[in-house]
Design a protein around this ligand. Structure first.
Ligand code: HEC
Ligand code: HEC
Length: 239
């Protein structure tokens, strides 16, 4: 059966229930909850189906938990968190599904194409169920590309990022805790907006701090950040 259709009907029904019985404390089971995420939910239909999310949890536990840990909290230097709030906020379904399907060549992340689209969708629904903030991937992916200076970017990268992300952004292989952000298998799947916002905001409760603002250890300007993106984009061709 077509999941999108089922979800749409579900959404419609829960909307009617909420507006119809707003006095009742007994909210419809698995209500879509807050209005803050409603708009995003409508766009990203697969994340709101609790049955699908439960199915996804089982598939996740079988295939992913060994590396990404229970509840996908990650393990430094081994596998990143997939339930981190900033991560979920900026990640589109396309990015998540594509990364799960293809894995990341040259890293410890294997491809899961054999699971098929339905099971991967269920995993994404499970991950999405952890999101407490609206998904802003559409806006972020629509940001203009970087026009930075790759040489300045390399300077910043080698001064700040290399400690964790390794030389040329090779990732864990170099012994750090940062992922392989210099590999084509990462870069080909993300927009400059995704990279920009991640550098700016960081990822709470991971070693990835945000690099803008006075609270960060090294404050980088928007231009500095775009220089780094320009550099990263050149790295795969140098391999
Ligand atoms: C053998 C260990 C291993 C298994 C099993 C594994 N992963 Fe990964 N995964 C990794 C590693 C390592 C990375 C980071 C790769 C890098 O350095 O870029 C990663 C990265 C990812 C990313 C990108 C995260 C980010 O921060 O951009 C996603 C999404 C992901 N994995 C999902 C999954 C899902 C879903 C499964 C199960 C279907 C899974 N992984 C199974 C090791 C694993
Ligand atoms: C102290 C270690 C550390 C430093 C320094 C660091 N990072 Fe990270 N970075 C991480 C970790 C750890 C993650 C993944 C978070 C996780 O494990 O869940 C990450 C994730 C990222 C991601 C997302 C990658 C993905 O797989 O989705 C980008 C992009 C990134 N960092 C860029 C940078 C840049 C650019 C710099 C330098 C300005 C930098 N980082 C400095 C530790 C670091």
């Amino acid at each position: 059966m077509n999941n999108k259709y089922v979800n749409f009907v579900f959404l419609l029904m829960s909307g009617l229930l909420i507006s119809g019985c707003s006095e009742q404390g007994d909210a419809p089971k698995a209500s879509v909850s807050s209005s803050q995420t409603e708009a995003a939910n409508v766009r990203e239909v697969i994340k709101i189906d609790p049955t699908l999310a439960a199915e996804g949890e089982a598939i996740y536990n079988q295939n992913c938990a060994f590396c990404h840990q229970a509840d996908a909290i990650g393990k430094p230097g081994f596998a990143p968190s997939l339930t981190n709030q900033e991560f979920l906020r900026v990640s589109s379904d396309q990015f998540l599904m594509g990364t799960i399907r293809d894995g990341r060549a040259g890293t410890g992340m294997p491809p899961f194409a054999h699971l098929g689209r339905k099971q991967v969708e269920a995993i994404v629904a499970f991950l999405r169920a952890h999101a407490k903030q609206p998904n802003v991937s559409a806006e972020i992916d629509a940001q203009p590309p970087s026009h930075g200076d790759e040489r300045l970017g390399q300077f910043w990268f080698d001064s700040i990022c290399i400690t964790c992300h390794g030389p040329n952004g090779n990732g864990y292989a170099a012994g750090g805790t940062g992922t392989a952000i210099g590999k084509a298998s990462f870069l080909d799947k993300v927009t400059d907006g995704f990279i920009r916002v991640t550098i700016r905001d960081g990822r709470t409760n991971t070693r990835m701090i945000g690099y803008s603002g006075p609270a960060s250890m090294a404050a980088l300007s928007d231009d500095d950040i775009d220089d780094i993106i320009a550099y990263l984009r050149t790295v795969p061709s140098k391999d």
